[in-house]
Design a protein. Sequence first.
Lengths: 306, 290
Amino acid sequence: MQRYVVGRLVQSLVSMFVVSLVVFALVRLSGDPIQIMAPPEASQADIAMMRAYLGLDRPWAVQYWTFISHAVRGDFGTSVRFRRPAMELIAERYGATLELGGLAVFIVIAVALPVGVYAAVRRGSALDYTARTLAALGQAVPPFWLGLLLVLVFGVMLRLLPTSGRGTPLHVLLPGITLGWFAVAGLMRLTRSSMLDVLGSEYVKLARIKGLPERTVIWKHAFKNAALPVVTFAALLFVALLNGSIIVETVFGWPGLGLLVIEAVDSRDYPIVQAVVMCLSAMYIGVNLLVDVLYAYLNPKIRYAS
Amino acid sequence: MTTAAAGIETVAPRRRDRWPPLVPLAIVALLVLCGLFAPWLAPRSPVEGSLGERLVAPFWMDGAKPGHPLGTDRHGRDTLSRLIHGARISIAVSVVGITLTGAAGVFIGLLAGFFGGWVDTLLMRLVDISLSLPGILIAVLLSVVFEPSFTNVIVVVVFLLWPSYARLTRGETLGLKQQDFVALARVAGCGSLTIMFRHIVPNLAPSILVLATLHVGYVIVLEAALSFLGVGIPPPTPSWGVMVADGRGLIEQAWWVSILPGIAILVTVLSLNILGDWVRDRLDPKLRQV
């Protein structure tokens, strides 16, 4: 177990290193920043001075070290557009993203788990059929389009809900549903098939023969065992939510990290893009690590293997 | 999973499973036709509009004009023509993207599975790392550095999907190289390269084909999402994602501009997924668990 955890930890660090290298290299590849910054009448000496001032005359390895040592301390430079430190802007915005993600996770768990479980228990019923149709649709409906459809129906036609920005609790409803929908289908499918596996097992039969109430059989005996593959899905869920939040925030003008980075792309605001990509990647890699370790802990087959 | 054998679904082979589901097949065929013959099928230019015909409604609504059955967008461009040309983009991205991804993934998986040892360890670590990087953020980064383009979309597709081909190929290769025909080929004097490409690769084809079919719908949605965000296919090229993005601010006056291309994506991807499931069940039922 310890060896496994350490191995995964090292691998996560390597992943983070690769992300930082990619971010660093891509931004350097994009052209000489001096060309953009220096006025056209600048002399050769001025340009050389600027280069030295920004550290661009030093070897790549040194430049990378400067970049990474600043990044670790949360210093990604100053936003070109807002003229404020990139990290400050991230700190301002991430609360909004968390709020949106929180609602989405709630929707996913509240809808996908019970529907998945009961679709398996009542296999072939109307509920099962509806669940499977929803799951098939979930994979095919592009989330950005679903968002616009909800805006059209609830905002424009019914005039029930606000469709853009953040403010009242009602504002988070449409983006939350759009983001949640993204992941409901996958989790529902997985829960259903995992439950079907378990429901056919000997120990569930035994629990039924013992005369336990159906609810106990389903939730205590079957679901507990079916939950293991579902835990792995937590990592995928996070990926879906992360990718989804960039899209959903753009659709609904939700002022979170996703919108921040897309706006930064439009205005070529490199420091912001670098900072958001590094922060979100770190979260992403961290959650993956956490889920793998949790999975190993929950699954004795892995726990005792190493 | 937890219990072997106990929960296996026993599905009696049904007669109708021998034929592909007809409605999805027809839709996909229509789409391919649109993609191939877009310039001849589309009634108007997909990128040039006339400003006098801006935001014309589709034929079943008030304000429709003859010649624009599905209405026009903000620049007076014909929606139907743009949809037909958009099919071309979706097909191009999925064909080019999946072919390149498949080739790269299969090659890497083959090397890892066939040679084993440190080659295997190294390549599989690469797979792990690749899987742990957030793809959409890489796309965002790419589009800041290089202008958004078709190539960017392909890079992102390859980046996101190659690990699944590498893993699948490696697993299958591990099994295949134990088989007698590989030993016999070795005895007959075949080199490693010949064995890999002449004897093992043909046996991988069904599984790879299944995986590729299942990925087509995913790639189409991915391209649309990237283009919608402005980090994929650049406007005015009529990608379906670009079209949805174009209509975003117009949802109150002209919903058709963004809703119609969305329906095109939905119907296409749904059909492709149904066909993909059918291909999987026909060719490789053991992938059912994947």
